[in-house]
Design a protein around this ligand. Structure first.
Ligand SMILES: Cc1cc2nc3c(=O)[nH]c(=O)nc-3n(C[C@H](O)[C@H](O)[C@H](O)COP(=O)(O)OP(=O)(O)OC[C@H]3O[C@@H](n4cnc5c(N)ncnc54)[C@H](O)[C@@H]3O)c2cc1C
Length: 490
């Protein structure tokens, strides 16, 4: 094993994870990242004393991170300090706000207040969700999903039947609660999977278990602390991390890759794992004869949304604001239609606000607020410009004023935006998606782009476009699974 070489393309969660698992087994690993830092979608930037996480902000499934770092001899607490948020988040509706509490007893009490008798059904829903979480994370998620046969063992099939694969999440939630606010709270977690609850299998109520039972956490210093910790571990294991290395081509001979060309040089290798966007790797780094999937295949994939993001530093505090707020005070169905069906700019968007400075003094100067706004948008919007971005920011300011009584536009010290155009430019993202492919039934497990190339025998993929799917914990896991596939063949 000692003299085998692997090149990992991309230094986000998936690339760092793959590189570390390989280096841990004595493989010589070089990781090539096009930006000047690792982190990918979870990079950070600082301006005027504010430090902004650029992408993920919800720390869910703490057990996955604990497992990851323990595989390399660490506990999470050796590397960063986690805080459990309480309330987990606030949800704003037209006329009222619901704070979703961290404690289970308080949560049941909240559901009873809105719908008498619902807490008993909620308990049953959680019991089932826990089974799904344990089966899903325990047995299914670590499968490479290269073939349906991996799932064809009797005991696994029996377990799969418990997973509600064919029922929609919307139907499942409707059996638990009738009240529209409670329904939205239970449907919200699957939005992370890139589609509405109507199109996501009820299997993913495991996300509710992650949300409401395992809790919402925050690493002090910001989400990028996870990346810093992963980078430290990778370097200690001997991974050679090279930044500012824009990979341009993968050279192959008779169905085998042997060299990676970047903006700065070339790297001979025995294996490659690409954690750069899968479609980009296929279409831009490989000749046509080496691609597993056609342009038609990629064009017909159902993508998770893109996002219009604002990083805003305020010269004042907003006292009533909590760390995470969901603004569901607009018509959810209309916005979903504009994202997935009509592909229009939203008329009256729902949006999400993260204010890490409510928990963490280090991310904003004293007396100031660090805000990150996200509006989900279609992956087919081409008319993106500063005027449109300003228009949506004005809408956000108005809605904020309605809820908090403060015109934030008068308090701005930092204002930066990021949208579909930047997702394509910065991450080579297919259609400018923010978080990969939607986890619909026909794009789950072995129906996802495979993590092993069908054409190039020593080329593997990791990251949010392959198994198990989008999100920080799945990306971490995909790096591990891809590394294990290589280790099996060495
Ligand atoms: C705005 C936003 C909010 C999100 N919120 C959450 C959240 O709250 N919680 C959660 O769990 N998940 C969240 N996600 C999803 C999560 O961030 C992603 O699923 C995850 O970060 C993907 O990691 P990755 O390693 O697959 O991809 P990436 O992070 O995109 O890493 C791929 C890397 O490849 C590099 N690369 C690309 N092309 C090349 C090339 N040619 N040469 C060299 N390098 C290249 C890129 O620069 C990048 O560093 C969010 C995503 C976004 C965008």
């Amino acid at each position: 094993m000692d003299n085998k070489k692997v090149v990992v393309i991309g230094g986000g969660f998936a690339g760092l994870s793959a590189a570390s698992y390989l280096a841990n087994e004595g493989i010589e690993v070089t990781l090539l990242e096009k930006h000047d830092t690792v982190g990918g979608r979870a990079r950070k930037f600082s301006k005027n004393g504010f430090t902004f996480d650029m992408g993920p902000s919800w720390y869910w499934m703490p057990d996955v991170f604990e497992q990851y770092f323990s595989d390399f001899g660490y506990q999470v607490s050796d590397l960063y300090q986690l805080e459990r948020l309480d309330p987990s988040y606030d949800v704003f509706f037209k006329k009222e706000k619901i704070s979703v509490p961290a404690s289970e007893a308080d949560l049941f009490e909240l559901f009873e207040r809105y719908e008498s008798g619902s807490s008993l059904r909620l308990k049953k829903f959680f019991d089932e969700a826990e089974i799904k979480y344990k089966i899903g994370l325990g047995e299914f998620v670590s499968k490479p999903s290269l073939s349906i046969l991996e799932f064809a063992q009797f005991d696994l099939l029996k377990k799969a039947l418990k997973l509600d694969i064919f029922k929609s999440m919307r139907k499942h939630v409707a059996e638990v609660v009738k009240h529209p606010y409670l329904r939205l709270i239970l449907e919200f977690p699957v939005l992370f999977l890139g589609q509405t609850a109507a199109n996501i299998p009820a299997l993913y109520s495991l996300m509710n278990y992650a949300d409401l039972k395992l809790g919402t956490w925050y690493p002090m210093g910001g989400m990028n602390k996870i990346i810093e910790a992963m980078e430290k571990v990778a370097i200690e294991l001997g991974v050679n991390i090279e930044t500012n290395q824009n990979v341009l081509h993968i050279r192959t001979h008779k169905g085998k890759a042997y060299e990676v060309y970047s903006s700065q040089g070339s790297f001979k290798t025995d294996y490659i794992i690409s954690s750069a966007d899968y479609a980009f790797t296929e279409k831009n780094l490989l000749f046509e004869s080496d691609r597993s999937y056609s342009d038609n295949y990629w064009n017909s994939r159902k993508m998770a949304p893109s996002s219009l993001l604002y990083y805003v530093g305020l010269n004042t505090k907003i006292d009533k604001l909590k760390h995470h707020s969901l603004f569901f005070d607009s018509n959810f169905e209309n916005h979903a239609k504009e994202i997935y069906t009509t592909h229009k700019w939203p008329t009256d968007p729902l949006f999400y606000l993260c204010a890490p400075s409510r928990t963490d003094k280090s991310v904003a100067p004293p007396g100031k607020e660090n805000l990150f706004f996200l509006i989900p948008t279609s992956v087919e919007l081409n008319d993106d410009n500063e005027i449109i971005r300003k228009k949506y920011f004005e809408m956000i300011c108005k809605r904020m004023e309605g809820h908090f009584g403060i015109d934030i536009s008068k308090h701005i010290e930092v204002y930066e935006t990021f949208s579909r155009k930047e997702f394509m430019q910065e991450y080579n993202s297919l259609k400018g998606n923010a978080y990969g492919l939607a986890n619909t039934l026909d794009q789950t497990a072995f129906l996802k782009p495979k993590l092993k190339s069908k054409k190039v025998e020593n080329l593997y993929f990791a990251g949010q476009l392959t198994t198990p799917g989008p999100g920080v914990p799945p990306s971490l896991i995909s790096g591990k699974v891809a590394a294990e596939q290589i280790l099996k063949t060495i």
